[in-house]
Structures are given as structure tokens and as C-alpha cells.
Ligand binder design. Structure first.
Ligand SMILES: [Zn+2]
Length: 445
């Protein structure tokens, strides 16, 4: 259970750029420079709607609960050679001071020159309404709505350029975890940014095998260290999991290049908070949905190797299995009309389709194939078909036979009922891995 204690929440978003800076690294830099404040709870890494077109990279916002700590302390990082801890309780700091100091750090280090970067910083000494988080993870929140909430809460904020970052920042403050995971992130020495990461894959595999609550560590299918990002960002690796304690142990098991800093985050990653159950007729662009439907037409492979499967729950939509999901896409090729599915995915505007990110096969139809036409009882010759479902006729004597007289055989299906998901490297931040799914999730279907 995650309990929110009184604190001043400092949050920021839209500070990264495709070519370097990342929002979680800013959290480390801000904490390193603002040592006069204590952390009253873990830093929070909050992922928002993955489908909005103007997101920077992972659409992540950061929220830091700050103040003067007391009570129990626990380790949560190392910055500039000093151990970092967070407190179980404390007294909030003054939001105006926090905003002024944090803004100075952001102005020093954020990529304000990147056209797509529109940073925003918020400080407030109370939580914002959770509804704001749900709107921001599932839909689109207008700036006006956010500013109204901030004014009503006595918050202070600063916008840079279009200032879109205050939307994500405010949503991060309003996140009241219903489900949660943790991520421990290690950062590289600045001199190594942009160079290949030196991590021993054997140590990642050993960590994966030795820990129970971590996930998405290693992609065995593609021999890829999923804990290391592919971009030239400051992150050395990030390990995700369901246990704060185990993540601290997992971090220490990774061998290779020495980390310059590390930080433990409480996150909404792998919670599937963005997914809402819908009927096909309700699907709209930029939403993420769970849909129960039947396969309506045989799968078609289109240019680029993508697979399109027409599905229906009374209304029809194309379910798309895209090339980057590799084996997952191969699974979709084994579907047949009539198969019953639950599909998880995001809605694409044009052409309107559901990009499938996880699937449960509920039931499979019998794959009955005709082996032989019936034999004429009078002549002993094979009879000819009169058309689909029309039965058979003997070419020699004209005798007729019903369609049921043909010889059919059930071909074993290549698929089995059950869960399917893309390999580790193709999963999105909010994707809930099948191994994280509980009985409750499965019963909800
Ligand atoms: Zn005949």
C-alpha cells in the first residue's frame, strides 16, 4: 500500500528531447542540487497517454515530494557519491521557494532549444484531484482545465515556450496509485553519454534468473538487454519490478560500466492504467482499449509484413499486428474466422484500426477441411461439387448427394487458447506483462 504523506510536490514534464536529455535524469540533477530539501516519499515516474502525437519520448512526468523529513528512512539512490534516502513523513516546504530553485536547475540543463520541448514546472503543497491523472493517462487534458485545477489548489507554476509540460506535471502530482511498480534507474558518467554502453549481458541474465519480482529484463527471443535503452540518453540501465527491496538488490547485480548516479522511482509503468474496456463502435483515435470480439475474416499480411485481422463484436474493425512485434505478429497469422479474442491496443485514426499490444485467445473454431468429395453409390465414381454448400452430383448418372456426404477432417490448430504478448523489447511502458497479471485481471474479462 502506498500512502501519500504531506509534502510539497515538485513536478515537471516535457523537458527531454529525442537526442539526449531525459526527464528522469533531470529528477536526479534537481535532487542533487536541492539538497536543502528531504524526500518525503519516493520520486515518482508517471507515464501518460502513450498515443498523444506531440509526446517527446516515453511521455513521462516526474513528481518529487519535498520538505523536511522525520520518521523512518529508506535508501533510494546515490547522487554525486552521496547516498540518498527518503523519509516516511515530514513537513512540506514552501512551494514558491521550491519552484524558484527547481526552475534554475531546469533552465541550466533542459533542452529548451528543441522545438518539440515545451517544459512546465509545478509546485504545490497538497495533492491534486486523481481525476486529472486518469484523464491524462487515458485521454487528452486541455491546458485550461489544468490551470483551473492549479489555481484552485493554490499551486505555483512556470511555463516555458508553449508550456505544455504543466499538463503532465500536474497529472503526475494527481496520481494516486491504485496499482504501482518500481523502477531503479542507473545513470552514466557525463563523459560517456552517446558512447556504447558497457554492460555484461551475462550479469543481466543472472539477475533476471535470481530475482522473482522484476520483469522486462532480458529479451531471450532477440538476445537483447531490455534494461538498456537504445537512445543516446544518460540512462545506463533501468530495472522494473514489483518489489522495492528486490530492485535495490537487482541493481547491485549488474556488472559493467560504473554508474555515476542511481535513483529509485515509484511508477505507474506496467499497470495498464491507460486501458479502458470498449465496444468496437466506441473506439476513437488516441484511446487505448480492451475489446472482446470474434475474428471476422482470415488474417491478411500487408506490405511491410504487418498482419491485419478483421474482427467484430457486432461492429467491425481491423486489428493490426505490426512488424516490430515479430513473433506476436506470427501468432496472429494463425487466427481463423470465428475465433474469440480479447484484444488490448491503441486506436489509430487513419486507417482506423486497433494496434494490438496484447491478446487473449478465448476459444478457437474447429479447423475442418474437406478431404474428399463423396463417391456415387451407383457408379463408384467421385462426385462433383455443385457449388459451396450446394451438395454433389455424379457426372455419369446424375445422382445427387448432400454436402454432409463429403469426407472432412479436423486439422490441429497452430494456436492454443491463452495469452499472447509481444517480446520484451517491443512492449510499451504502460504494458502490463502477462506475468504481472493477477487472477483479478483475468476474471475482469
Ligand atoms: Zn453415378
Amino acid at each position: 500500500m502506498v500512502v501519500d504523506v504531506a509534502a510539497t510536490y515538485l513536478a515537471f514534464d516535457d523537458t527531454d528531447s529525442p537526442d539526449g536529455m531525459c526527464t528522469t535524469y533531470l529528477a536526479a540533477l534537481v535532487l542533487e542540487r536541492l539538497r536543502e530539501y528531504d524526500l518525503l516519499g519516493l520520486p515518482r515516474l508517471v507515464r501518460l497517454n502513450p498515443n498523444i502525437p506531440w509526446k517527446t519520448r516515453g511521455n513521462a512526468a516526474i513528481c518529487l515530494p519535498l520538505g523536511t523529513g522525520k520518521g523512518r528512512r529508506r535508501p533510494c539512490g546515490s547522487l554525486g557519491g552521496e547516498d540518498l534516502e527518503y523519509y516516511s513523513e515530514g513537513k512540506p516546504a514552501h512551494p514558491r521557494d521550491v519552484l524558484a530553485k527547481a526552475s534554475r536547475v531546469l533552465e541550466d540543463v533542459a533542452r529548451f532549444d528543441c522545438e518539440e520541448t515545451n517544459p512546465g514546472v509545478v509546485a504545490v503543497d497538497k495533492k491534486l484531484p486523481p481525476s486529472l491523472y486518469w484523464e491524462a493517462v487515458r485521454g487528452i487534458v486541455p491546458m485550461k482545465r489544468v490551470e483551473a485545477v492549479l489555481r484552485a489548489s493554490g499551486a505555483v507554476w512556470k511555463k516555458y515556450k508553449k508550456g505544455r509540460g504543466i499538463i503532465g506535471a500536474s497529472a503526475a502530482i494527481s496520481w494516486k496509485p491504485r496499482d504501482r511498480t518500481w523502477e531503479v534507474i542507473a545513470y552514466r558518467s557525463p563523459g560517456r553519454f552517446g558512447t556504447p554502453r558497457m554492460i555484461d549481458p551475462a550479469s543481466v541474465i543472472a539477475m533476471d534468473k535470481a530475482t522473482k519480482a522484476t520483469f522486462n529484463n532480458y529479451d531471450y527471443e532477440n538476445d537483447h538487454m531490455a534494461i538498456c535503452p537504445g537512445s543516446p540518453c544518460p540512462i545506463l540501465f533501468g530495472i522494473r519490478g514489483d518489489s522495492e527491496k528486490e530492485l535495490l538488490r537487482a541493481r547491485a547485480m549488474i556488472e559493467g560500466e560504473a554508474a555515476d548516479k542511481w535513483l529509485l522511482f515509484l511508477t505507474n509503468q506496467a499497470t495498464e492504467d491507460h486501458i479502458v474496456r470498449h465496444r468496437v463502435s466506441d473506439l476513437e483515435p488516441m484511446m487505448s482499449a480492451r475489446v472482446r470480439a470474434k475474428v471476422a475474416a482470415p488474417p491478411e499480411t500487408i506490405v511491410g509484413g504487418h498482419v491485419i485481422v478483421r474482427v467484430s463484436d457486432g461492429d467491425e474493425v481491423d486489428a493490426a499486428f505490426y512488424e516490430p512485434s515479430r513473433t506476436f505478429r506470427d501468432v496472429s497469422r494463425g487466427l481463423l474466422p470465428g475465433d474469440e479474442l480479447v484484444l488490448y491496443g491503441s486506436v489509430r485514426a487513419t486507417p482506423r484500426s486497433l494496434n494490438v499490444e496484447k491478446m487473449k485467445v478465448l476459444s478457437l473454431v474447429d479447423d475442418a477441411r474437406k478431404i474428399k468429395n463423396p463417391v456415387c453409390r451407383a457408379c463408384g465414381k467421385s462426385m462433383g461439387s455443385m457449388g459451396k454448400g450446394q451438395g454433389y452430383r455424379c457426372k455419369r448418372c446424375g445422382a445427387k448427394a448432400g454436402p454432409e456426404r463429403a469426407l472432412w477432417k479436423s486439422v490441429p490448430r497452430t494456436l492454443k487458447p491463452g495469452w499472447y504478448e509481444p517480446p520484451v523489447a517491443s512492449r510499451r511502458h504502460l504494458h502490463k506483462p502477462i506475468r504481472r497479471m493477477s487472477r483479478v485481471d483475468i476474471d475482469k474479462l
